[in-house]
Design a binder for this molecule. Structure first.
Ligand SMILES: Cc1cc2nc3c(=O)[nH]c(=O)nc-3n(C[C@H](O)[C@H](O)[C@H](O)COP(=O)(O)OP(=O)(O)OC[C@H]3O[C@@H](n4cnc5c(N)ncnc54)[C@H](O)[C@@H]3O)c2cc1C
Length: 546
């Protein structure tokens, strides 16, 4: 069988290697229009910042190494221009010799990825505006930012933020400009606010709710005209507002394109033509939680799909892709931020009713040196189905996100989270993992053992219910900062002050992270005093309100 692959990086190279492992018989040709195959796109920002010192470490394979190890015919600088699906051929241009030639195929795999989105705004094609997709882009950014001082990064997604962090670490003044009301789309507003506060501590300037309307060349500088009437002058711009699937070849060949603009595929990653498969950033997938068609351009799906396609081409369509959860993670200076599944914004967009719990716990036994807090937020259904989780902290975020991503894919509920038996010794964990705690608190909510209101409901609740706000932290904590109009009553004095509470009044209780608030609420409600707990406590309220 003759198999052609368009795109030689994450999805394409993974499929090719697996295809060869499954059979020595097939002829496999990879066409890659760029200079490199199988490079580490995800590592590019870290070479810009000098964290990954050797550029060669990003080049996982070369055409020669792929031929030697896997007997693959790898053709870099070869761009596929057209697919003739009726004749089962592709037209290819050798970008060095400028020759065009035709190759036949039995099976074709499209893994052309996604390209940085560049809206049609004045000045967008100026030389000082750069995007980051491949090694050549990275080299250009390194060369062009070498002696510069001020960089504007347009777009506060993970590529924009990773590049921004790395440029700050190199000593540049960096401003991130984000059109939405928050950076980092996979997490909700309150998490993004914590990220934005951290950025400020690291001297990274982030502007939100601001769009760029035009760029103008100013000689050695570039002016960014903003939609608030102001402008910023910078030495160069990194443009990273998102990516769009490379669907041009598929569209021109008459393959079905999905509602999102991604190439439409079935569960076997087969396009509307049975001999053509497609994977990676270019395809539209079903969201694992609710089957809605989405674009989720991440490396795990591309790799997983590449392997599945290799198996399906070699052994017949037997393996289904089960959908994408969108599990993602980013290092942002001293923080790690991760997410999986549906966040609150998406649940609202899809009109899915949900409950939310936020807990803050140490990453390992707090008495063991070096413990740091992780804030975890979980969205779930009345029946205990887990919709998604977000986590922010310094250490151990990846572990919790991965455990819950596994739980979701395994069909586990909030009740099962309590049963996850974790490996415990003080340097690694507490005997109750934060994941267990999420399960406990979620069950308490469903049983009405704890009643929460969220930070964004607080003001409305107080005014409509005429509620009284009680801060159950210590006086020292209260004096260091509290929610306006809160009355301080240390949890440990609550029982002796029960006379203070009126059975016809509603109380909102808060502490620093929610635990003492919960204990206070139990005391009050066991004494028939109506109270709710502020989800996430002052620790969550503060970053959102400053
Ligand atoms: C800077 C950066 C950082 C990232 N960091 C992360 C991360 O930390 N975690 C994560 O999960 N994901 C990350 N990603 C995303 C991840 O790299 C992609 O999801 C993944 O590479 C997609 O694989 P793919 O095979 O679909 O496309 P790609 O890996 O982009 O490969 C597509 C290739 O196809 C080639 N091609 C396109 N059209 C043609 C044609 N007509 N002919 C020949 N060749 C063609 C392109 O040149 C390209 O090299 C990052 C991406 C970037 C750019």
């Amino acid at each position: 069988m003759k198999i052609l692959i368009i795109g030689g990086v994450a999805g394409g190279a993974t499929a090719a290697a697996r295809l060869r492992r499954l059979s020595e018989e097939n002829e496999i040709i990879i066409f890659e229009k760029g200079e490199h195959v199988s490079f580490a796109n995800c590592g590019l920002p870290y070479h810009i910042g000098g964290v990954i010192v050797e550029r060669s470490k990003l080049l996982l394979h070369t055409p020669t190494s792929l031929r030697t190890r896997y007997n693959l015919d790898v053709r870099v600088f070869n761009e596929v221009l057209k697919i003739n699906k009726e004749e089962k051929t592709v037209e290819v241009r050798n970008l060095i010799t400028k020759e065009t030639y035709t190759e036949t195929y039995d099976k074709l795999l499209l893994s052309p990825g996604a390209e940085p989105f560049r809206p049609n705004i004045p000045g967008i094609n100026l030389d000082k505006i750069m995007t980051l997709r491949n090694v050549a882009d990275m080299d250009r950014i390194i060369a062009k930012t070498k002696d510069l001082k001020n960089i504007a990064v347009v777009g506060g997604g993970f590529i924009g933020l990773e590049v921004a962090e790395n440029l700050v670490d190199k000593g540049l003044n960096v401003t991130v400009i984000e059109l939405g009301n928050q950076v980092m789309a996979p997490v909700d507003y309150e998490f993004a606010k914590m990220v934005q506060h951290h950025a400020a501590e690291k001297n990274l300037n982030i502007l939100v709710n601001i769009g760029v309307e035009a760029f103008e060349d100013k000689g050695n500088e570039i002016e960014l005209k903003l939609n608030n009437g102001e402008s910023i002058v910078s030495d160069a711009v990194i443009f990273a507002i998102g990516v769009k699937p490379e669907n041009g070849l598929a569209k021109a060949a008459g393959l079905d394109i999905g509602v999102t603009g991604g190439i439409a595929v079935n569960e076997f990653m087969q396009t509307s033509d049975a001999d053509i498969y497609a994977v990676g950033d270019a395809v539209e997938v079903s969201h694992f939680i609710n089957n809605v068609k989405v674009l989720i351009p991440l490396a795990w799906p591309a790799n997983r799909q590449g392997r599945i396609v290799a198996d399906n081409i070699t052994r017949g369509n037997k393996i289904s892709y089960k959908g994408t959860l969108g599990t993602s993670i980013i290092k942002f200076f001293d923080l790690t931020v991760g997410a999986t599944g549906l966040n609150e914004k998406l649940l609202k967009r899809y009109n899915i009713p949900y409950r939310t719990v936020t807990v803050t716990r140490a990453n390992h036994a707090s008495y063991y040196p070096g413990a740091t807090n992780i804030v975890l937020k979980m969205n779930f259904a009345e029946d205990g189905t887990i919709y998604g989780v977000q986590a922010l902290g310094q250490e151990g975020v990846d572990k919790r996100i991965d455990v819950i991503a596994t739980a979701i894919k395994g069909g586990l509920t909030i009740y099962d989270l309590q049963e996850i038996e974790i490996a415990y010794a003080p340097p690694y964990n507490s005997a109750k993992d934060p994941v267990n705690i999420l399960g406990y608190v979620a069950e308490n909510m469903l049983n009405d053992d704890v009643r929460f209101i969220n930070y964004n409901q607080l003001n409305d609740y107080i005014s409509t219910e005429n509620a009284v706000l009680i801060d159950v932290r210590t006086k020292t904590e209260y004096d260091n900062g509290a929610i306006p109009n809160a009355i301080n009553m240390d949890l440990d004095t609550l029982r002796e002050n029960l006379d203070f509470f009126d059975k016809n009044t509603k109380y909102v209780i808060y502490c620093q992270i929610g635990l003492r608030g919960y204990l206070a609420q139990r005391i009050l409600r066991n004494n028939n005093i109506n109270s709710v707990n502020l989800n996430g406590g002052y620790g969550l309220w503060k970053p959102v309100n400053s």
